[in-house]
Design a protein around this ligand. Structure first.
Ligand code: ADP
Ligand code: ASP
Ligand code: MG
Length: 401
């Protein structure tokens, strides 16, 4: 069997932990499997490197940032390979480029375009464990690119797809996907399986246990994906195509996204094209807009609200200042969060949203914005009630049972 393992920052956080990973890889190898390992930088390393760059300027060039940040993963890849060799295993460390990963030009958030797995296949055929530095590739000009925060998950899934691996195992400090972040709700329960679509919602809505683009790609390529712990031998969670059993479960998880800021525009000229102008301008500044609501206009004006990531809040303010003449008043609130309820069972059951609204009302939590899809309900609320909302929703849907 050919298996791709991915070890995140906490799992390779110091030399003892790298040794622990080497032992786990060795065990899988001894069981007769071919192994490709993708590693993250040691925990805290990427943030430290960003801090170094910001010592000189708050706006470092993204191309140089990629050069800098990609080094974190290279350190761990080399060290893990050395650790494996010291145990008598044949291993080779590769950068993203050496592993054949070519991306587009979007520095710090590049998209993988092609992967040539020849070098990896050759090394595997020679009996080597291949250790790849995650989170990186090169563009057509040969410049190093990185894949966005948490991007080693994406490297692992993409390599599993390109290598036609039998499965991809993502190792972190939790032993699977839980009904909510176990750090917020200790009664959260581990799920045996979850569908790609639900997992994609959970990741996109803020559960960082798997990077959302990696889940999207796993679904597209049909990669059999497991979330497991590098600190235990517990079963883990299988992320796969939806099946009938899954639909019987009404809600699979609740998730909190603290990285939200709300923009409210009052008295926006109610004319064709205004929304297009506002959101085109925001997009051109690479500001990711999430929930959008607009009411029916009265007296030639309407109200429009949307959310952006907190980190883009100041940028959004600047962009909106350019629309002064079309808007009576603007309101910016950094202190909001988004709580979401996710489950494929919602497709065939009613009342899930009503329960969520009732639970928040009973706790005196005001809902500022609502957005729904076939399998989720999201609500924007005051940031100080985020964790309370998660715990009470978790209980209301009996996720602890
Ligand atoms: P790594 O550094 O290995 O990539 P991450 O820190 O990105 O690991 O992801 C693991 C963390 O995800 C856990 O420590 C946990 O707090 C968090 N998490 C958030 N939501 C969930 C969830 N629904 N199930 C499991 N873990 C979750
Ligand atoms: N080291 C990168 C980050 O911290 C990528 C990763 O860990 O997946 O975002
Ligand atoms: Mg991660």
């Amino acid at each position: 069997m050919l298996v791709v393992h991915k070890y995140g920052g906490t799992s390779v956080g110091d030399l003892d932990r790298i040794e622990n990973v080497a032992n786990r890889v060795a065990k899988a190898r001894e069981a007769g499997n071919d192994i490709v390992v993708v590693v993250s930088a040691m925990s805290g390393e990427t943030n430290k490197l960003i801090g170094y760059a910001e010592h000189f300027t708050s706006t470092p060039a993204k191309k140089e940032l990629d050069m800098l940040l990609s080094s974190g993963e290279r350190v761990t890849a080399a060290l893990l390979s050395i650790a494996l060799q010291s145990k008598g295993f044949d291993a080779v460390a590769m950068t993203g480029r050496q592993a054949g990963i070519v991306t587009d030009d979007t520095h710090t958030y590049a998209r993988i375009e092609t992967i040539d797995p020849t070098a990896m296949h050759n090394a595997i055929d020679e009996g080597k464990v291949v250790v790849v530095a995650g989170f990186q590739g090169i563009n057509k000009d040969g410049s190093v690119t990185t894949l966005g925060r948490g991007g080693s998950d994406l490297s692992a899934v993409a390599l599993a797809g390109a290598l036609k691996a039998d499965q991809c195992e993502i190792y972190s400090d939790v032993d699977g996907i839980y009904t909510t972040d176990p750090r917020i709700e200790p009664n959260a329960k581990k799920l045996d399986t979850i569908s790609y679509d639900e997992m994609l919602e959970l990741s996109s809505l803020g559960a960082k246990v798997l990077q959302n683009r990696s889940v999207e790609l796993a679904k597209k390529l049909g990669v059999k994906l497991y979330a497991k712990s590098s600190f235990s031998d517990n079963e883990g969670t299988l992320i796969s195509e939806e099946n009938d059993n899954m639909e019987e479960v009404l809600v699979s998880g609740v998730v909190l996204d603290k990285n939200q800021a709300r923009v409210t525009l009052r008295g926006v000229s109610d004319r064709p094209g205004i929304a297009a102008e506002i959101f085109t301008k925001l997009a051109s500044e690479n500001i990711n807009v999430d929930i959008i609501i607009q009411n029916v206009g009265t007296d030639g004006a309407t109200n429009l609200g949307f959310t952006v990531p907190q980190s883009e809040h100041e940028n959004a303010k600047k962009v909106m200042a350019g629309f002064d003449h079309d808007i009576e008043g603007m309101d910016f609130d950094e202190h909001v969060c988004k709580v979401s309820v996710v489950g494929v069972g919602m497709k065939s059951h009613s009342g899930v949203a009503a329960t969520a609204f009732r639970v928040l009302a009973d706790n005196n939590i005001n809902i500022q914005m609502i957005s729904t899809s076939e399998i989720k309900v999201s609500m924007v609320i005051d940031e100080k009630y985020g964790e309370l909302a998660i715990r009470t929703l978790h209980e209301a849907y009996e996720l602890d049972k």
